[in-house]
Each structure stands twice: as structure tokens, then as C-alpha cells.
Design a protein around this ligand. Structure first.
Ligand code: FAD
Length: 406
């Protein structure tokens, strides 16, 4: 098989980039390598775990989001041979390309928490990081009347770094509403040393930590879970600590997909696709680009970042296809709508080096404060923008600025 452009992964980044390229060049010959029959809107899983969305609204058939012009290769990529512009698929067949775009997402490394896989979805152990488990989060929240609820956060990088605490705030809000919060000990055990990585958002979040009476424990990494006995073990600065729980919302450590980490495309340290943080072009292979969670760029790994990256990659990859240089730069934008209560959100939007990059003027939405309008954005507008804008290559508000040719 041979195609002008080959995209690995038909998730948020793969489909958005394909559509963005097609808007610019409708007759492009390209293939998308994607094994899954289902496409997920993962940002909706926080809302499923909070009892706001039904899980079904976050899933659509991959066939329905695939651009009509795409050749869909329904299997997984297994390895890369960038010296000969070739990808090998799991069945051993090969695909060659002029341009390769790598977008297989990030891998959930559940195996790094001993004993958790056997008990996920049972014994009070849940995670909004999986489509099938997010409804169980809400089931547990509704059922809990007293005891200890632990919410864990692994070391960075993870996709949507705010999601572990979003699950906690929405749970606390539901318990407060039912009048049982006083009888539940809520703990946030975070492997990191701060509540949130961009300091401007921390004061608003701390107000909620205090309001809900959350016990905030930093520098603690979940390493083992005993489901039947309902015990979780954390690595702490002092050694190890085992605690009992009635509910555990766990977030897995996250790593580069193995076939990327094992390939010549990998960044030697992180294993993610080794790309320039502005142009998103591979640092060693100019006909290769990376986009989305699989990239080595130090932005917040979010669908919001993908919304800005996809047109940048589209512009730069088409320039490379034509024998030119990349002309568009990504500013590191990512966004994390922190659901601090049902009906209000602290809308974190920031780029490289923690620079605040608000989409809206401050009088409309002050992102550092809880706002009702931000909640409407997350619950009503963003899902619609995702399915009908981003995945279709309609780029309202995100037109990439192209540098003038030198
Ligand atoms: P994905 O969308 O995960 O897609 C990767 C695709 O690659 C998948 O379809 C997969 O099947 C495919 N693939 C994997 N391996 C291979 C292979 N070997 N060969 C071919 N294809 C392969 N983002 C926000 O902007 N806002 C939020 O509020 C938000 N909340 C979140 C809450 C949760 C609980 C979670 C889990 C995520 C959240 N995100 C949020 C993050 C967002 O979902 C991701 O950043 C986004 O989906 C990244 O897109 P991607 O295409 O890189 O990866």
C-alpha cells in the first residue's frame, strides 16, 4: 500500500488533522490507520462520572467520524521504518507514505498499580479514565453515605491533568447536596507537589478544597490496591502507607504507546514522538509530524490542545509535502475546565511555560474564578464544537497564523 499521507490513530487528533488537511486540499490521497470501531469524546467522561451525561453520548462509531475521502485501514500500526518512509501493521503488511502523521494517543499503564486491574469496576474501585468505568463512579457516589473516599493522581504526564480532581469536586458536590458530606472523609492523594500546575488557578481550587473539607495529601503515589479488602497502598516521602477505603477513584500512570517508544521516532527520554514544540515536525525526520497526546511537546495533553495543533500540523505537513518549510507555530495552548461544582467551572487555559491564554475577555469569563458560563461551555457548547467543528476541520477561532516566507 502507498498513500501521500498516512495518519496513525483516528482519535481526536488523527481525525481533526485529517479533516483540517482535507479542507485545505480536498483531493489529497490519505489513509488513517485505526483499529477501533468506536470513537470517544473523552472530555465527556468527567461529566458521566458526575452524573451529568449518559455514557452513550460520548461514543460514536468511528465510521461516522471518518472523512469520506479517507482510506480507513482497520488495524493497528506495529512499527515504524522512517528511513524508508514505511509503517508496518500488526498483520505484517506495510504502508509507505510521503508524509506520516503520528497520533495514537497516550497509553494507560494500569499494570503499574499492583492488583488494580482485577478489581476495577468492583469493590468500590473506579476511574473516569475509562468509558466503561465512568458510570460506576456515579453509581458509587450515589450509594456512598459514610466512610472514606480516596481520589488519586499519578505522576505527570497524564491527559487532562485536572481530571482526577474534577471527579472529586463533582462527587463532593453531590454528597453535600445529599447532606452526607460530613460523614465522608475525602482525601486527595496526589503524586505531584502542588494542587494544580499553573498557580493562577490554585486559589479558586483551594477554596473548594476547604469548602468540601478535603484532606489534601501531596507527594503520594498509588502503587497497589487490594480490592476485596478495600485497601490502597501509597508510596510516600516517609516510605509506604496502606489505607482502607470505601470508594477509590484511581487514575493510572500514563506513558507513550509501546510501539512508539520502541521506534526510531521516540524521544530518547520520554518515549513520545520527538517533535519540535512549535512546528510539531519530527526533529530528525522532516516528513513526519506528531499531534495530540502522543507528541513530546510540553503542553497540557488535552483535546483543547488538539483543536489548536491540528491546523498547525495541517499547514506544516502540506508545506512539507510540497517540498517547503513549516510556516505555522503552535503556542502550547491547552485547556482544562475544572468542574468545581455542578453548574460552575474554573476554566484553566494556558500555553507553554504556564502563560495564561484565555479565549474570552475577562469581563465575560474570568478563567481563574468559578463561573456558570464556563459550565455552559463545557456541558453544552464544547461537545457540539467537538463533533461538528473540530472533527470536521471547521476552525472557528483557531486559524493558524502562517509566518511570512523568508
Ligand atoms: P485519543 O483521542 O486517545 O486517540 C488515540 C487513537 O489512536 C485511538 O482511537 C486509538 O484506538 C488509536 N490507536 C492506539 N494505538 C494505535 C495503533 N497502534 N495503531 C493505530 N491506532 C492506534 N481534554 C480536554 O480538552 N478537556 C477536558 O475536559 C478533558 N477531560 C478529559 C477527561 C478524561 C477522563 C480523559 C480520559 C481525557 C480528558 N481530556 C480532556 C483529554 C482528551 O480526551 C485527550 O487529550 C484527547 O483525546 C487526545 O487525542 P489523541 O487523538 O491524541 O488521543
Amino acid at each position: 500500500l502507498n498513500h501521500e499521507v498516512v495518519i496513525i490513530g483516528g482519535g481526536s487528533a488523527g481525525i481533526a488533522t485529517a479533516s483540517s488537511m482535507l479542507k485545505r486540499r480536498p483531493l489529497l490521497d490519505f489513509a488513517i490507520v485505526e483499529p477501533s470501531e468506536d470513537h470517544y469524546y473523552q472530555p465527556g467522561w468527567t461529566m458521566v462520572g458526575g452524573g451529568v451525561f449518559e455514557a452513550a453520548v460520548t461514543r460514536r462509531p468511528t465510521a461516522s467520524v471518518m472523512p469520506k475521502q479517507a482510506h480507513w485501514i482497520r488495524q493497528a500500526a506495529a512499527s515504524f521504518q522512517p528511513e524508508s518512509s514505511q509503517v508496518t501493521l500488526v498483520d505484517g503488511s506495510t504502508v509507505t507514505y510521503k508524509i506520516l502523521i503520528v497520533a495514537p494517543g497516550i497509553r494507560l499503564a494500569w499494570e503499574r498499580i499492583e492488583g488494580i486491574e482485577e478489581t476495577l469496576g468492583r469493590n468500590g474501585v473506579t476511574s473516569n479514565y475509562r468509558f466503561d468505568l465512568a458510570p460506576y463512579t456515579w453509581e458509587l457516589v450515589r450509594g456512598l453515605k459514610s466512610g472514606r473516599a480516596i481520589f488519586s493522581q499519578p505522576p505527570m504526564p497524564i491527559k487532562c491533568a485536572g481530571a482526577p480532581q474534577k471527579a472529586m469536586y463533582l462527587s463532593c458536590d453531590a454528597w453535600l447536596d445529599r447532606g452526607v458530606l460530613n460523614d465522608i472523609d475525602v482525601e486527595f492523594r496526589n503524586a505531584g507537589g502542588v494542587l494544580f500546575g499553573v498557580k493562577e488557578y490554585v486559589p479558586a481550587l483551594m477554596e473548594y478544597v476547604e469548602k468540601y473539607g478535603i484532606d489534601l495529601k501531596l507527594n503520594q503515589t498509588l502503587i497497589a490496591v487490594d480490592g476485596p479488602d478495600r485497601k490502597a497502598t501509597f508510596k510516600t516521602e516517609a516510605g509506604e502507607e496502606t489505607v482502607e477505603f470505601d470508594m477509590l477513584h484511581a487514575v493510572p500512570p500514563q506513558v507513550a504507546p509501546q510501539f512508539v517508544a520502541d521506534s526510531p521516532l521516540a524521544n530518547p527520554e520520554s518515549g513520545f514522538v520527538d517533535i519540535d514544540k512549535f512546528t510539531l515536525q519530527h526533529v530528525r525526520y522532516p516528513n513526519v509530524f506528531g499531534v495530540g497526546d502522543a507528541g513530546s511537546t510540553p503542553n497540557a495533553k488535552t483535546a483543547a490542545a488538539v483543536r489548536k495543533q491540528a491546523p498547525i500540523v495541517a499547514v506544516n505537513a502540506l508545506a512539507a509535502l510540497d517540498g517547503g518549510q513549516p510556516g505555522a507555530d503552535y503556542d502550547g495552548y491547552g485547556s482544562c475546565p475544572l468542574t468545581v461544582e455542578r453548574g460552575k467551572i474554573v476554566l484553566a487555559e494556558f500555553g507553554y511555560d504556564g502563560k495564561l491564554l484565555p479565549t474570552f475577555p475577562e469581563w465575560m469569563i474570568d478563567g481563574t474564578r468559578p463561573r456558570k458560563l464556563s459550565w455552559l461551555l463545557k456541558s453544552e457548547a464544547l461537545p457540539w464544537i467537538y463533533w461538528n467543528g473540530m472533527l470536521k476541520g471547521r476552525e472557528w477561532l483557531v486559524k493558524p497564523r502562517v509566518r511570512a516566507a523568508a
